[in-house]
Write a protein that binds this ligand. Structure first.
Ligand code: SF4
Length: 698
């Protein structure tokens, strides 16, 4: 096979890749110079994707109770158990927990099966841990989950504010793009992060904010903009509701007050606020430091408020920009892969929207209310409410907060199915049935990146042994549950066509998601589909939303929200005096199932660690490389200390990647509480009160 154009399997930048199979199961990987997300650039993870293709550790055959089975036996059992459970206990007694690693076609059929045919909204995704607060914030401000801008705006901005984002490590190619603009034309970069990261090192200004200080910081900015006469009154009169209430809410946020809430000096605040106020072309990029918080949605709206108040949205080089974590977090949002959404950005609570979707699918039923979001889904497993659970392409027994309790909750469920590419994970060991899924390079479909750009993932390797694409596994089970005619797709092309047709409903409802130009797409065009942004224009061009000031609300006006800084959710005391922050490292991804296969990637960081300030390390008597124990009321992890002035006193950081397979005591999410944002349901993963002590092996 010759060169195949595909898309990176890792982050939401969505870089184009050219893969050349080497004839022995591997591939040579280079960046695709024609792809508009990366123009040929790749980071270390993308470059080494060829190292991750070996079949070592792969789940290659269906397994029932630990014994190899045929596909027929496995799908018979899954369909039978789900049907019996639904008949006996109702549709809400079953649940799917899915993943931003799924392709859009996989996501589409999983959502269709659960919401349209089983009749429950109990389908949620690990993207709940990634960007649910941005979705909720967008909907509150714009009426839809709309990312206004494009990557091209980064090339045209004069100031980029990076909030809660270590872009240099987590979205490296985007970071390279803004650093090029910094070097070539003096783009200014402000980085807001409690830690000093690789991103901070390259910024013109780093604001080492206190954990959770973001609402106060941006409320202070809004007040400053008002006091400095930088409000765009004409724009607000034409295009924005809620201005007066939002401004009234920020009245108390003087420099002194914001300083007391953020730990930043009035001079630092003044410098940032002044820079923002005098720069017309501002893009505010935000990521998990904003989203993964118990007030994450308010943080998002505090950021958006500043753009709306100044009219800095919808123009070149302007706007709030939420960057997604996973390769297809955006695709999942489009097809309704979250428990509180319908496909095509329609609302599950809206009876007209439900009727439209039900008519389109010709489905027997549709839930009338939102299903269980991730944290609540596993609580319902623990309480016995969920009796059959299907986990697809993700590892909640290590990645969810209170991970030990989540693992115990899965054990309570009567019947657990896991489809995955890996044989042994913290979650697969809890399954009654294992279904071998196709991996990157073996499956075909589409993903959507952070700028709404749809790209093809293309297979360039044969399916190993009995592995199957996720869409096919789901459809095979749906057929055996009695819905054969509705899930009789011959391939991902047919699913994509149906999905693109369904977006007509979004257009009909006056919403933003329009792929109708692709609803008659031929097999050949699907095979050769070039990266294309939605809304898909007949000429294939890009779209920046809100250029004409029209939003997706009933009166076409955006909404500013009156938001308030909340008391710190992590209450430190003598037993738990430190604030734990969790996140990614540069060269690993999620739970290491791929990146650990590359010796090159493991050279960067090869084991879990706890980054700790020198003063705190001295207090507990540890030095770099000593083992430390991290405790919270929920669990304990043991990690190697890394003493560093990148951490502020009283704060520590640990990476999220290590699982029970790689480090029995390195699972940091066992100590994180399951506190969630009340609007988005996204867990707080950035602020946990913990105790730390030197670890003494017995
Ligand atoms: Fe892949 Fe993201 Fe790196 Fe691009 S920046 S190569 S999408 S991991």
């Amino acid at each position: 096979m010759s060169d195949v154009r595909t898309t990176c399997a890792y982050c939401g930048v969505g870089c184009g890749i050219i893969a050349t199979p080497d004839g022995s199961g591997g591939a040579v990987i280079v960046g695709d110079a024609k792809h508009p997300a990366n123009f040929g650039r790749l980071c270390t993870k993308g470059t080494t994707l060829g190292h991750t293709l070996s079949l070592e550790d792969r789940l290659l055959n269906p397994m029932i109770g630990g014994v190899q089975a045929t596909w027929n036996e496995a799908t018979d059992l899954v369909a039978k158990k789900f049907k019996e459970t639904i008949e006996e206990h109702g549709p809400d007694s079953v649940a799917f927990y899915v993943s931003g690693q799924l392709l859009t076609e996989d996501y589409y059929v999983a959502n269709k099966l659960m919401k349209g045919f089983i009749g429950s909204a109990n389908i949620d995704t690990n993207s709940r841990l990634c960007m649910a607060s941005s979705v909720a914030g967008h909907k509150r401000a714009f009426g839809t989950d709309t990312v206004p801008g494009t990557y091209a705006d980064l090339d045209e901005a004069d100031l980029i504010v990076l909030v809660g984002s270590n872009l240099a490590w987590c979205h490296p190619v985007l970071h390279q793009r803004i650093i090029a603009a910094q070097e070539q034309r003096g783009l200014k970069i402000v980085n807001i992060d409690p830690r000093r990261t690789a991103t901070s090192d390259m910024a013109d200004m780093h604001l080492g904010i206190a954990p959770g200080g973001d609402v106060a910081l941006f409320n202070g900015l809004l007040k400053y903009l008002g006091d400095a006469g930088k409000i765009d009154a004409e724009y607000i009169a034409k295009h924005v509701n809620g201005f007066a209430d939002a401004m009234a809410a920020v009245t108390p946020y003087s420099l002194g007050h914001v300083s007391s809430l953020t730990g930043l000096t009035p001079q630092e605040l003044e410098e940032f606020y002044c820079t923002y106020a005098k720069t017309e072309r501002v893009v505010t990029i935000y990521s998990q430091g904003v989203n993964q918080a118990s007030d994450g949605t308010d943080k998002v709206n505090a950021i958006i408020n500043c753009h709306l108040a100044t009219g800095r949205i919808g123009g070149a080089g302007q706007g709030p920009f939420s960057v997604t974590g996973q390769p297809n977090a955006m695709g999942g949002r489009e097809v309704g892969g979250l428990a509180n959404m319908l496909a095509a950005h329609l609302d599950i609570e809206n009876p007209d929207h439900r009727d439209m979707v039900q008519d389109f699918w010709n489905s027997p039923t549709l839930p009338t209310q939102a299903g269980l979001k991730a944290v609540d889904m596993f609580k319902a497993c623990a309480s016995g409410k969920i009796k059959a659970l299907w986990v697809m392409c993700t590892n909640p027994a290590v990645s969810m907060p209170r991970a030990d309790d989540v693992a115990a909750a899965i054990e309570v469920v009567d019947f657990v199915v896991v489809s995955d590419i890996v044989e042994e994970t913290d979650t697969t060991v809890l399954a009654d049935v294992l279904l071998p899924a196709a991996g990157w390079g073996e499956k075909d479909g589409t993903v959507t990146n952070s700028e709404r750009r749809i790209s093809r993932q293309r297979a360039f390797l044969p399916l190993p042994e009995q592995a199957r694409p996720d869409w096919k596994i789901i459809c095979d089970v749906a057929k055996k549950m009695g819905w054969g005619a509705d899930f009789s797709y011959q391939g991902p092309h047919e699913i994509f066509k149906e999905w693109a047709s369904q977006t007509y409903l979004s257009v009909l409802a006056g919403k933003d998601l329009d792929l109708t130009a692709l609803s008659e797409i031929s097999v050949d065009r699907y095979e050769g589909l070039e990266p294309v942004q939605w809304p898909v224009r007949p000429d294939g061009g890009d779209t920046r939303f809100f250029e004409n000031g029209g939003f997706f609300t009933s009166d076409a006006k955006a909404r500013m929200l009156a938001v308030h800084a909340q008391a710190n959710s992590a209450i430190c005391d003598l037993k738990y005096p430190y604030i734990l922050n969790t996140g990614r490292v540069r060269d690993h991804w999620h739970t290491l199932t791929r990146t650990a296969k590359s010796a090159v990637l493991s050279q960067h960081i090869s084991e879990p660690f706890l980054q700790i300030n020198a003063a705190d390390a001295a207090d507990i008597g540890v030095e770099t490389a000593d083992l430390v124990q991290v405790n919270s009321p929920y669990g304990t992890a043991v990690l190697r200390a890394q003493v560093s002035d990148r951490q502020q006193v009283g704060q520590v950081f640990a990476p999220l990647h290590w699982t029970g397979q790689f480090s029995a005591k390195g699972r940091i999410d066992v100590v994180v509480p399951d506190l969630v944002d009340p609007v988005s349901g996204q867990p707080e993963l950035k602020r946990t009160a913990v105790g730390i002590s030197k670890f003494h092996a017995r």
